[in-house]
Design a protein around this ligand. Sequence first.
Ligand SMILES: Cc1ncc(COP(=O)(O)O)c(C=O)c1O
Length: 409
Amino acid sequence: MQTRSALVAAGKVYQSAGISQRVKQISISAIKEMPLIASKIGDCVSLGQGIPSFPTPSHIVETVCQVMREDLHSGKYTLGPGMPELREAVARSLSGQLGRAVDPDTEICITVGAMEALLASILTVVERGDEVILPSPNYASHIEQVLLAEGIPVFVPLQVKDWQLSIEAIRRAITPRTKALILCNPHNPTGANFSEAALRELADLAQAHELFVISDETYDFLVYDSQPHFSLTLIPELKERLIATFSFSKKYAMTGWRVGYVYSSAALLDHIMKIHDAAAICAPSLSQHAALAALRGPQDCVSDICAALAARRDLACQRLDRMADFFDYVKPQGAYYLMARYKVPGVDSMEVALRMLREARVVSIPGGAFGPGGENHIRLSFGGTEAEINEAFDRIERWLTSNPFAAGV
Ligand SMILES: Cc1ncc(COP(=O)(O)O)c(C=O)c1O
């Protein structure tokens, strides 16, 4: 299934003569398109793309400035898998979390954000006609990346009451053509923090059916209310079938630096590296210096970000509670998104998001962009400041009192 393109919905016509089928069938994710449309409208407040408001911590910026001034070679390509000292720092930090050795030379590749890590991983294991299980709703780019690899996304609904995994539904979705499953935990777009029990069952299923598991760990640092967080990387038996992708973007407020990494067995990484080389050569060298400074520096910037986002989550939930006639939602347990289900029957999520954008000047992401399980929802990000969150909800409240869906509610 293909996600709906907001640009198509907004009237953009694609010229497709001569364009490959593989590219014709994908779209720019609505997460990136809605801000593009908003930039043309002007004066919009965003609950859309997941860009945290925080600046990159100053010790990271200062280190990079110093490296630029003092190291004449800092503007050059690094080794393909990344600077050795960065891979060592990554391996040390990961091995501390996993309680087992991680080889910086054969198991780690520094990438252009988690996004490149994900694409290289998916292209490595998915080929034309392979079925790939995705929970639904799910991060929109996973869907486009599977389509780009000419795989077939198989959407397995999350449980709507709490957005947790239904292992039984995943088991039923497995066929002889199933090649892989992709999971992001904590989960974008729902904010779910999947239970250890479910993740262990998922790992058992993957092993029993010889599936690859691509585990998107972009939000591994961000769970609320002192809950435990469990990662598939903690299951050693899964190691030969697991590819884990990590990001510096959200943890260290470095979304624009474009740096992340992939962790997998050496056997898989050898192949992932071929795509990384063909696509990127190496991650930007200055961004690798920034990532190294992030890992070596004080970690209180991470706890500060988590504390601020916990307060913003509570604020977003309080504001939604005031609109209980229009929306319900499951309180996010991790990441910084929530899926607000609108109580307007018969209106698709693209229409709700586009009208909210044009009429209330608030950016949200239509839930349908996250697969069929996202329909009847809009995704709201609470990565912005409290002032932005309040302004956005003020505008939504005013808009709703003008009764935009008069017949429906
Ligand atoms: C689930 C998920 N995976 C991957 C990414 C991309 O991360 P990066 O900025 O490291 O490419 C994002 C960004 O929002 C995300 O939400």
